[in-house]
Design a protein around this ligand. Structure first.
Ligand code: SAM
Length: 295
């Protein structure tokens, strides 16, 4: 029997056989530790009734155990050089479809409708390229792609920011944008040694589960995130100063900002990092009429 793809010996064999060389610019750090894979699959909670979207299969290290556990797998890979490699390594798994495309350009709703209609749930499982972690997660959330969970390996520092609570150093607009849609928890911390080549930083596996209801009612999600981003431009400044600097014509409209802060029950001398998602929601609703430009 062939060894699992995610072992140092088999990975080296595959790379040599296909003359493959890593592209750092695409975040290519491949998993070479079967134990980590077992833990990712168990964190993903997938079964034969699950359809899985994988982003960046590489040479198939993670795709292989997903294919063994799930009903169907659709994997998006941007690097065309990996297509013949995947055809070879994943040949024993007929339930895998590989799409050669940048996931940021993919029509994910159409893919799910076409490929996953007979599955009970859709789960995203990925060891993401670090350089596009945030845009990829936000694409799934903001486009309202119908997924139930995401279990994602990423840089530990980004996982810490996503899961951060108000009042901590890591809390910021990314925490708000993701926690608005999802409950987020770190499932495990992962050392550099399980990758080939080894990255410079520690990684973490994050588990995101869709909230049954958003934590607050907002007029516009886009505007909520604009206000949140604008409130952290200079972390040491007050919410009033940051909003004056970031909102359109904010310098001249101090009175309107003060009124909105008062309507939302927020002291203008507080810093953005102390506001909960509910407070940001109330604030963005109060600012919406004057500052959203109808967005
Ligand atoms: N899943 C494999 C593993 O765990 O060994 C590879 C993970 S590696 C960190 C990231 C993979 O994502 C690479 O194969 C890379 O070519 C691919 N990739 C990078 N940017 C991408 C994008 N925008 N869309 C799809 N795949 C991408």
């Amino acid at each position: 029997m062939r060894k699992d793809i995610a072992t140092p010996v088999r990975t080296k064999e595959i790379l040599e056989k296909h003359g493959f060389s890593f592209k750092k610019s695409l975040g290519q750090n491949f998993l070479i530790d079967p134990n980590i894979l077992t833990n990712i699959i168990s964190a993903a909670g997938i079964s034969r009734n699950s359809g899985v979207i994988e982003i960046g299969p590489g040479i198939g290290a993670l795709t292989e155990p997903i294919a063994r556990a799930a009903g169907k797998v659709t994997a998006f890979e941007i690097d065309g050089r990996l297509l013949p490699v995947l055809e070879d390594t994943l040949s024993p798994y007929p339930n895998v479809t590989v799409i050669h495309q940048d996931v940021l350009e993919a029509d994910l709703k159409a893919t799910i409708a076409e490929q996953m209609a007979d599955m009970d749930e859709v789960v995203v499982v990925a060891n993401l390229p670090y350089y596009v972690t945030t845009p990829i997660i936000m694409k799934f959330l903001m486009d309202n792609v119908p997924i139930d969970r995401m279990v994602i390996m990423m840089q530990r520092e980004v996982a810490d920011r996503i899961t951060a609570s108000p009042g901590t150093k890591a809390y910021g607009s990314l925490s708000i944008a993701i926690q608005y849609y999802m409950d987020a928890e770190v499932a495990m911390i992962v050392p550099k040694t399980v990758f080939m080549p080894q990255p410079n930083v520690e990684s973490a596996v994050l588990r995101l589960s869709r909230k049954p209801e958003p934590p607050a009612d907002v007029i516009s999600e886009d505007f909520l995130f604009t206000v949140a981003r604008g409130s952290f431009v200079q972390r040491r400044k007050t919410i009033l100063n940051n909003l004056q600097a970031s909102l359109p014509n904010g310098k001249a409209k101090k009175e309107e900002i003060l009124e909105a802060l008062s309507a939302a029950g927020i002291d203008p001398s507080r810093r953005g990092e102390t506001l909960s998602i509910q407070e940001f929601a109330a604030l963005s609703n109060a600012l919406y009429g004057t500052f959203s430009g109808g967005k």
